[in-house]
Ligand binder design. Structure first.
Ligand SMILES: *[C@@H]1O[C@H](CO)[C@@H](O)[C@H](O)[C@H]1NC(C)=O
Ligand SMILES: *[C@@H]1O[C@H](CO)[C@@H](O)[C@H](O)[C@H]1NC(C)=O
Ligand SMILES: *[C@@H]1O[C@H](CO)[C@@H](O)[C@H](O)[C@H]1NC(C)=O
Ligand SMILES: *[C@@H]1O[C@H](CO)[C@@H](O)[C@H](O)[C@H]1NC(C)=O
Length: 172
């Protein structure tokens, strides 16, 4: 019986160490949540508490005949000028994705209405924060994997080891 328990503990331990931890993928943000890309929504409030990292994406849903989504520079953003867009993110369906694949500020506005009803949003994109210095596991692949391993697998593994040890001691 005790040997069997040791076996179970060993299998559990092996599983915990070997199981691949799913990577945290890029986040998709629906701009405005269930109010989408529309006039009279305070996007400053929508932005509160949000952090955007490289390869996250913004999803804009809007009435395609009334609005669009243009990227402009800072000066034009502040004055709501849509005449010299850096990039036109509109494709025509009223469902557009802005891929945040550069670490910079993205200045986005509704060019059709000239920021009508405050339809503009400035998003700062940062690199993923570095892993905590205490993380003992290296070269696993990604920051999120290392963090997850450090946070979950290691304490659980230690628990499994101590349980195993306990069982081994009881066998004698
Ligand atoms: C949006 O909300 C922020 C923070 O509450 C406020 O400072 C700002 O004036 C609001 N903007 C508009 C257009 O109401
Ligand atoms: C933004 O673009 C406008 C028009 O092309 C230009 O006049 C202005 O200097 C630019 N501002 C910046 C910060 O690049
Ligand atoms: C943006 O691109 C869409 C789709 O190609 C096009 O219909 C629209 O006229 C363009 N808007 C601007 C301001 O360039
Ligand atoms: C970011 O994505 C856009 C649109 O998909 C693309 O045109 C651009 O080259 C990309 N930038 C980088 C740095 O990969």
């Amino acid at each position: 019986m005790a040997r069997f328990t040791v076996l179970i503990a060993a299998v559990v331990l092996a599983f915990l160490v070997a199981v691949p931890v799913p990577e945290v993928t890029a986040k998709k943000y629906t701009v405005g949540d269930n109010k989408f890309w529309n006039p009279n929504i305070n996007y400053t409030i929508w932005l509160q508490g949000k952090h955007f990292y490289l390869d996250d994406w913004l999803y804009f849903v809007f009435e395609r005949n009334q609005h669009n989504i243009l990227e402009v520079n800072k000066t034009d953003y502040e004055s709501c000028i849509a005449d010299h867009p850096i990039r036109n993110w509109t494709r025509g369906s009223g469902r557009d994705i802005v891929t945040l694949n550069e670490t910079k500020h993205y200045y986005l506005l509704d060019g059709k209405g000239g920021c009508y009803g405050g339809m503009k949003i400035a998003v700062k994109v940062e690199k993923l924060p570095p892993p905590p210095k205490s993380a003992p596991v290296k070269n696993i692949g990604s920051v999120s994997t290392v963090t997850s391993l450090a946070q979950y697998v290691i304490p659980v593994s230690l628990f499994a080891v101590s349980t195993m040890w306990d069982v081994i001691l009881r066998m004698w």
